[in-house]
Design a protein around this ligand. Structure first.
Ligand SMILES: Nc1nc2c(c(=O)[nH]1)N[C@H]1C(S)=C(S)[C@@H](COP(=O)(O)OP(=O)(O)OC[C@H]3O[C@@H](n4cnc5c(=O)[nH]c(N)nc54)[C@H](O)[C@@H]3O)O[C@H]1N2
Ligand SMILES: Nc1nc2c(c(=O)[nH]1)N[C@H]1C(S)=C(S)[C@@H](COP(=O)(O)OP(=O)(O)OC[C@H]3O[C@@H](n4cnc5c(=O)[nH]c(N)nc54)[C@H](O)[C@@H]3O)O[C@H]1N2
Ligand code: SF4
Ligand SMILES: [Mo]
Length: 742
């Protein structure tokens, strides 16, 4: 065992490399059973980390927060310090797994780059001159500036951007009480076009019963790197018992590598593939006649719509041979209803993403897999109660969100970050001059960073609450240090994972909050109190939890005992006696609402633009060692993933005279940057790719400041036409040798 070369990781135990690598995707199968009250140790995973686990330690349940999956964990605490994070064997959603990022949570807790006290900007925005201030001063500033902006521009002059967190609801609650309906989240950079597509087909957004499926097509999803629990583990399990996996991806991802078939589809053409699936299934009558007739609406119109969408036609669009498309359709239908087109998750990719995902939903409908084993599952009953707020009415507020009607079928609660940004810059339909950001980092995760900076220039006041000096915090006027997930008490949260669970989790501090960090609940509560809105926060977290659990007697005790509470609710057949929440009350192959919104009721295929001569389409995606744009600075993960590089096919590289490892300049219509070239056959010749979360402008992130390319600087700001979801695969770039003449 060697000590680290990176002095920033000096506080960690030797052997962590091997331990992290081993931990990549292993399950805590040998984990000891946890009994009431005390948790015995060590677990088998801990054996790999014997140095840390030896001797007496305390064990505490918690829930991982290194990504949104919220896997159950047990924190081992020795002499007041967290020394190891292990999976909670009671936690079926993650099948007893804690991934590499999850285990690296320790390095987040003890990161020397943590924000330690409130900071007030001194120099120009983004210059990096800060003054340490007290929480009293920070709260005074918040009260004063929010009051001022509300007076001057109405309450909707404040924008709240809120990421995924068990305390996010308190920022929403505050925004509502304060009186702004301008709230955005990461979701309009993530999955709202997917949600729209499935809501408008089935009336709800499904879970995929991967575990019991016999045939899965993953198109534009990468479950063995972009981990979604339990789907990632269930796919492995299903394949071990004979299920077939077909992957369509312009990149040879880890998922593609594990699949039975990988097709490097031409980017943006998935709808052609899906319409051809429909063509074959309908023409060859491979569907369940009675089921489809009873449950769906618009089969005749769909039949007509896909009449010419033959496999040969789709072959010319997708680059996948026609006979293979026909064969895959037949195999998929033969395995139905225990077969599915995986709905995916991130659909912030194309300008017609909602319609692309509608086409996947329609194939699923023809497979008759809704609400049945191996198919798409409806939401189960968890039983956690909401704590409603009756927000005050402000007469002078505008009628609607600042981005209202900028796309035909937006989600009112989310809006669209990209459209909101446009509206803020334009100052139309009304001025928005204040920005409160909690746990989201649009400087890295929204396309077109220069435009985000322009939006920030338009703001009179900007506050960011984060655990580290993110690129977004770096641009703020006021920075608020937050405790990490291992240091705070969070409300209960409902979680679902297909057939694995409908459950409730909560968090209690594993160690006391470090530095001067303060949970957002306390900040919002104090702010509300000081702004005469105290009645909306007249509870403690414990009281809030009790309200949430009111309909689940005994759940609080089970949560204490097991770290998770399960509701044994129905998994299949939920729709046996209810109608679908669509206009027709059926599964809408043909959408009844779309024509009024000026949209095609059936997905109409338009070929994507080909990259102009000398350019490449840039796509984004995931790496198992990085969460979006935020974990790249983590010392343990940084060791395994020190920078990003640009994937390019060898033939393309040869044509351009570029070679592996060379520093290259990537340039789009909106920005540019440099990084190392990775020449690889794992990508199509017309496409390039790089990982997110590098090339930071924040000097507070020692490992990623100026390291690699910030893909957000290069991505153009395009949107899905239906929802306003960001469309991040619509950028063409040139690639030249860095420093050379271009
Ligand atoms: N390790 C890790 N796990 C994560 C996350 C993380 O950051 N790190 N994030 C979580 C979150 S928030 C989300 S939303 C999910 C995202 O998980 P996924 O929905 O699986 O999304 P991506 O990983 O972005 O994968 C999209 C894939 O589509 C490919 N692609 C690009 N264009 C096309 C196309 O036109 N057609 C097809 N068929 N494929 C195309 C890309 O190469 C990429 O591999 O992952 C979650 N899990
Ligand atoms: N280029 C590119 N853009 C993308 C994506 C991509 O793959 N590539 N993915 C898209 C997708 S699917 C999504 S979901 C979005 C996600 O977009 P974001 O919501 O911006 O996600 P993160 O990058 O994870 O940023 C989370 C922020 O929260 C901070 N944080 C972490 N823990 C805590 C905590 O306990 N408290 C507080 N207050 N802050 C904390 C982190 O430091 C970080 O600044 O990005 C989207 N944008
Ligand atoms: S998938 Fe990994 S990072 Fe995400 S919650 Fe689970 S253990 Fe944590
Ligand atoms: Mo996401």
């Amino acid at each position: 065992m060697t000590t680290t070369k990176n002095p920033r990781s000096a506080g960690f135990d030797p052997g962590r490399r091997a331990f992290l690598k081993a931990a990549g995707l292993t399950m805590g199968a040998g984990a000891a059973v946890v009994s009431a009250g005390r948790i015995p140790g060590p677990l088998s995973a801990a054996d790999a980390h014997a140095a840390a686990a030896s001797g007496p330690f305390e064990s505490h349940y918690s829930v991982c927060d290194m990504c949104f999956n919220r896997c159950g964990l047990i924190a081992r605490v020795k002499n007041g310090r967290v020394v190891k994070l292990d999976p909670n064997p009671h936690f079926t959603k993650s099948r007893g797994m804690l991934c590499a990022r999850g285990q690296a949570g320790i390095a987040q807790l003890y990161d020397p780059d943590r924000l330690k006290h409130p900071l007030l900007r001194q120099g120009a925005r983004g210059e990096g001159k800060w003054k340490r201030i007290s929480w009293t001063e920070a709260m005074d500033i918040l009260v004063e500036r929010l009051g001022e902006i509300g007076e001057k521009y109405t309450r909707c002059g404040m924008l709240f951007s809120v990421g995924a967190d068990m305390q996010s609801q308190f920022v929403h609650r505050f925004a509502e009480a304060y009186g702004s309906f301008n709230i955005t989240s990461h979701e309009s950079l993530c999955l709202i076009s997917l949600n729209r597509a499935y809501l408008d087909t089935f009336g709800e957004v499904p879970f995929a019963d991967v575990l019991n499926s016999r045939y899965v097509i993953m198109a534009g999803a990468n479950r063995f790197e972009a981990l979604v629990t339990p789907d990632s583990m269930d796919m492995v399990e299903a394949m071990a018992s004979g299920a077939k996996l077909v992957v369509l991806d312009p990149r040879y991802t880890k998922t593609a590598a594990m699949a039975h078939e990988w097709w490097p589809i031409r980017p943006g053409t998935d709808m052609a593939f899906m319409l051809a699936m429909c063509h074959v299934i309908i023409n060859e009558r491979l569907y369940d006649d009675a089921w489809v007739a009873e449950k769906t609406f618009g089969l005749d119109e769909l039949r007509e719509h896909v009449r010419d969408c033959t496999p040969q036609w789709a072959a010319a669009e997708t680059g996948i041979p026609g006979p293979d498309i026909a064969r895959i359709a037949r195999e998929l239908a033969a395995a139905a209803p225990a077969s599915l087109i995986y709905p995916g998750r991130r659909t912030s990719d194309y300008e017609n993403s909602t319609q692309i995902r509608r086409s996947t939903a329609i194939v699923n409908a023809l497979l008759a897999n809704w609400d049945r084993p191996g198919g798409l599952l409806a939401a189960r009953q968890v039983g956690l109660k909401g704590v409603p707020i009756h927000a005050p009415w402000y007469d002078d507020n505008p009628d609607d969100r600042v981005d209202a009607h900028m796309a035909p079928l937006m989600f009112e609660e989310e809006g669209s970050f990209v459209h909101t940004r446009d509206a803020v810059i334009a100052g139309e339909p009304y001025p928005v001059k204040g920005w409160f950001v909690f746990k989201t980092n649009p400087m890295q995760t929204a396309p077109d960073r220069a435009r985000t900076m322009k939006m920030i220039e338009a703001m009179e006041f900007m506050a960011v609450a984060d655990i580290q000096m993110s690129d977004t915090a770096w641009m703020a006027d006021l920075v608020l240090p937050m405790p990490s997930y291992l240091e705070r008490k969070d409300p209960c949260q409902a979680l679902q994972g297909s057939s694995a669970c409908a459950c409730v989790v909560q968090r209690d501090p594993v160690v006391p909050a470090m530095y001067e960090s303060r949970p957002i609940f306390e900040v919002m509560k104090e702010l509300a109190g000081r702004m005469d809105l105290g009645e909306y926060f007249d509870f403690t977290i414990e009281e809030y939890r009790a309200k949430q659990l009111a309909d689940l007697p005994g759940a609080a005790e089970v949560l204490e005992r097991d770290g998770v509470y399960y509701n044994p609710s129905k998994v299949y057949g939920i729709y046996d006696n209810i109608g679908y929440r669509t206009r027709s009350g059926k599964i809408e192959l043909m959408n009844q609402r779309y024509p009024q919104a000026g949209l095609d009721p059936l997905p109409v295929y338009t070929p994507p633009a080909s990259p102009p001569q000398g350019t490449f389409r840039m796509v984004v995606g995931r790496n198992a060692l990085v969460t979006q744009g935020s974990t790249t600075n983590n010392a343990l993960l940084h060791e395994l993933m020190p920078s990003n590089s640009l994937w390019m096919h060898p033939d393309a590289a040869a044509r351009l005279g570029l070679s592996d490892g060379m520093e290259v300049r990537v340039k789009s219509a909106v920005g540019e940057g440099t990084l190392a070239l990775k020449v690889t056959e794992a990508i199509r010749e017309d496409t390039v790719y790089t990982d997110t979360g590098f090339g930071s402008i924040s000097k507070g992130l020692s490992n990623v400041y100026g390291n690699g390319l910030a893909i957000a600087a290069v991505l153009e700001s395009r949107v899905d036409a239906v929802t306003g979801n960001a469309a991040m695969h619509e950028t063409f770039v040139t690639v030249t040798k860095a420093g050379g003449v271009s």
